[in-house]
Design a protein around this ligand. Sequence first.
Ligand code: PLP
Length: 393
Amino acid sequence: MTEARAYLDWNATAPLHPAAREAVLRALDTVGNPSSIHAEGRATRALVEEARAAVAALVGGEAENVVFTSGATEGINAVLKQGLSGCCGKELASAMPVLASATEHPAVFAAAPHAGLLPVDAEGQLVLPELQRHLAQTGPALVAVQLANNESGILQPIAEIAAIVHAAGGALMVDAVQAPGRLPIDIAALGVDVLLLSAHKFGGPKGAGAMIFADSRTRLASAGLAGGGQERGQRGGTENVPGIAGMGAAARVAASLEAVQSLIHLRGEFESHLKRLAPDAWIAGEAAPRLPNTSFFAIPGIGSDKAMIAFDLAGVAVSSGSACSSGKVKASRVLDAMGAPDWAQAGAIRLSIGPTTTEAEIGRALAVVGRLVARRSVSNHPAEKSAANSSAA
Ligand code: PLP
């Protein structure tokens, strides 16, 4: 009998939660257009509005300030390309300069290729005096900072960043994609002007997301998608009702934060055993505040390409920190920005877990690490090294 695979790549996408699946299926069977005023339309509208309330509750916001999108990529593009208005008591033109932390998701740099780069320190956290220095040069700016990094799980001090950005007359966009179900989120306490979510990262379906504005005055300077006036005129087009309904159901589950203790326990198990197997292992942001579900690590002498193959053959799905394009392995931008040593950039592996992850799955990942470390010891053995040297000569 073949053993089931161990899916430990939840930061890439989370499995669909059964409650979200049920909500999607129910929504697929509604016939009305949510903009129609007849009973069928009103029934479909009710599903959208229930989901809007659940998504607002997930981030401590108001339902009227939630705009549904196709995901965080769309939200990032809409905010950075259209700009915000009515924010911080000011009209902010779309021409406002953009500043972005060096560890943002690639969508930020693709949507705002001229964004000023805000450096992070060796623990992956934004260097606040550098933010102040950039703002002194640019004047009011639209600043993009993630709540939690998708590769490392490292958290940013958003409330402190918001205070600095607002004191300079700017606005703050926060990509909170990796936070639901792992951290409490309170848009007002964080001081965020607009926050972005993607449903599939917390148990909802792929292709649904939301922009959540801090208050009812703040909005896109012009519609992200011009159309029939849906979503308060911010995003035209008939709503993706099954996606939205599934996102709402997943938001209700994530808001309970019921899995956090198990995530803390299992990630702790993994990292303590990792350190026992390889005391020289490096863990990104080990001393920084991090998501409870993510471990981004490297072991000297073990490249991520070989490690990825070993994990996959053993039935364990993880990610590597380096992206392969045209046959060349490119280092992760996140690790580069943190100034991680070359060997860590070449060997980084991300393990990210979720509410249904088990001790047995963590055990299978550790067994792979154990085999990789054993093989490393053999290939580093002096006898083997001298054989390799003589054959190379
Ligand atoms: N931001 C972060 C931190 C992410 O991890 C992702 C997904 O990889 C995105 C944005 C983009 O989300 P989506 O591809 O669902 O639009």
